[in-house]
Design a protein around this ligand. Structure first.
Ligand SMILES: [Zn+2]
Length: 255
């Protein structure tokens, strides 16, 4: 409880539309009367909008970070965080049995941070894909034989990316090259689907929990997942359904 006696859990519930009409009216009345609760309510709404507005659909890699920065600035979470710390009274909730609500607010900020990271990574992956097509540097080792690509990687990386033959599934192997994802060395295994190319980026990632992401950025489909202590990201201008199939086939074959 804050010093005004209002329950932040109820404010969160109001923002989430979880209150019945009678309770919603009561909390709205209290928000109208208490600047601190009104500010918390505004922060919750702003953060939710920031997450919903750009969601998982993003624009051109070049414009990406700027757009997200603008949308986050407009929604003011950067402003909201220092404001939280400037109002120590709200931290009294922690000692008043409403720690869950405070933790939920902190969780929201963590989500925004993770979201920004996510967007930056997607931009990096699409950028890597586009560069590989533009710079005539699609592959360092060009072969449809995964028995050649696999040892080629093993001699050049500190991890061992799976190189899987998916010719029978309609995704013939083109080759492999060394690349960088978020500043770390990564394997790029290149596949073809008709006239479209697929870059499969693989890098070590021991994070717990399954990272499953499906996004589209400026006409490119991006699918990410984790397996075997590695992060996988497939990027292509192939239609998203085909890229989903690629992921399914790769996983079914042990990738
Ligand atoms: Zn209040």
């Amino acid at each position: 409880m804050s010093d005004c006696g209002h329950d932040p859990l109820m404010i969160q519930a109001l923002a989430d539309g979880e209150l019945d009409a009678v309770h919603a009216a009561e909390i709205e009345r209290r928000i109208g009367a208490c600047p601190d609760c009104a500010a918390l309510h505004a922060e919750i709404l702003a953060l939710r909008d920031a997450l919903a507005t750009d969601g998982m659909r993003v624009a051109a890699p070049d414009r990406l970070k700027r757009r997200i920065a603008e949308s986050l600035a407009a929604a003011a979470p950067a402003e909201a965080m220092p404001r939280m710390t400037r109002r120590p009274r709200h931290w009294a909730w922690l000692g008043a049995g409403a720690g869950v609500a405070a933790a939920a607010s902190i969780g929201l900020f963590a989500v925004v941070g993770a979201f920004q990271e996510d967007v930056a990574l997607t931009a990096d992956l699409v950028g890597g894909h586009v560069r590989s097509l533009q710079a005539s540097h699609l592959v360092d080792v060009e072969t449809s034989d995964h028995h050649v690509v696999k040892p080629w990687f093993d001699g050049r990386l500190t991890f061992s990316p799976p190189v899987i033959d998916l010719k029978d599934q309609g995704f013939p192997l083109v080759g492999g090259r060394l690349d960088y994802v978020a500043g770390r060395p990564a394997a790029a295994v290149v596949y073809r689907r008709g006239r479209h190319l697929i870059n499969l980026f693989v890098w070590p990632d021991a994070s717990a929990g399954g990272l499953e992401r499906s996004t589209e950025a400026d006409g490119y489909a991006v699918r990410r997942w984790r397996a075997h202590g590695m992060a996988f990201a497939a990027v292509s201008d192939v239609n998203p359904a085909d890229l989903a199939l690629f992921e399914t086939d790769l996983k079914a074959s042990g990738g």
